[in-house]
Ligand binder design. Structure first.
Ligand code: ATP
Ligand code: SKM
Ligand code: MG
Length: 192
């Protein structure tokens, strides 16, 4: 007689991990959405490596992002960003947190779409502004009215970020809650 052994239910992280398979998890969204912070914690929960494209760019160029923008300009920065992200996506599964403009660049977006499951951390202007106004390390926000600049970026970029397979609303809740929502959204991609 065969005995039915009941399996314990998978944890949320295990379900998400199974849904991800060999794919990378790529986090996209505007500055301050939480890609780096939530990405790192999500990788830990999934038990896979974490990489942040902004950090990797700074490591390989041995320059800070503000210095790269000031010395070489945005176009050169974007070309470097494309190369770095293409390489980071090569050996999955990993969590890859991207810089805010990465997915907006057509070339980089093509690599990201091929290279993994994309999650857009979508936040409203007040949440983003509250977070980014604490530090002035973002070259694109060095304008006369940075809040307005951020709003303009939302208007132009949100229709493009919306191409992501998964959207999770980023807001001021505990980071652990955000991670659980990201995991649940990944797990749900297998059920739909
Ligand atoms: N759910 C949250 N609640 C409170 N603070 C948060 C939350 N998520 C992120 N933060 C904080 O907001 C700030 C910005 O987050 P983070 O650096 O992860 O954003 P980012 O999307 O990586 O931005 P960038 O594109 O500039 O790299 C950090 O100080 C982070 O700790
Ligand atoms: O939104 C953007 O275009 C940027 C966001 C940051 O993560 C950095 O990649 C850089 O400051 C550009
Ligand atoms: Mg970041």
């Amino acid at each position: 007689m065969t005995e039915l052994i009941e399996q314990p239910p998978l944890t949320l992280a295990a379900e998400a991990r199974a849904a991800l398979g060999k794919r990378n998890l790529v986090l996209i969204g505007l500055m301050g959405a939480g890609k780096s912070a939530i990405g790192r914690m999500t990788a830990q929960a999934l038990g896979i490596p974490f990489v942040d494209s902004d950090h990797e760019i700074e490591r390989v160029s041995r320059m800070s992002i503000p210095d790269l923008f000031a010395t070489y300009g945005e176009a050169e920065f974007r070309a470097l960003e494309t190369r770095v992200i293409k390489r980071l996506l090569r050996s999955g599964p990993r969590v890859v947190s991207t810089g805010g403009g990465a997915y907006i660049n057509e070339n980089t977006r093509r690599h990201i779409k091929r290279g993994g499951l994309t999650v857009w951390l979508k936040a409203d202007l007040d949440v983003l502004w509250e977070r980014v106004s604490k530090r002035d390390t973002r070259p694109l926000l060095k304008t006369e009215n940075p809040r307005q600049t951020l709003e303009n970026l939302m208007n132009t970029r949100y229709p493009i970020y919306a191409e992501a397979e998964v959207t999770v609303i980023s807001r001021d809740v505990r980071k652990e809650t955000m991670v659980d929502e990201v995991l649940a959204a990944i797990a749900a991609t297998r059920k739909t």
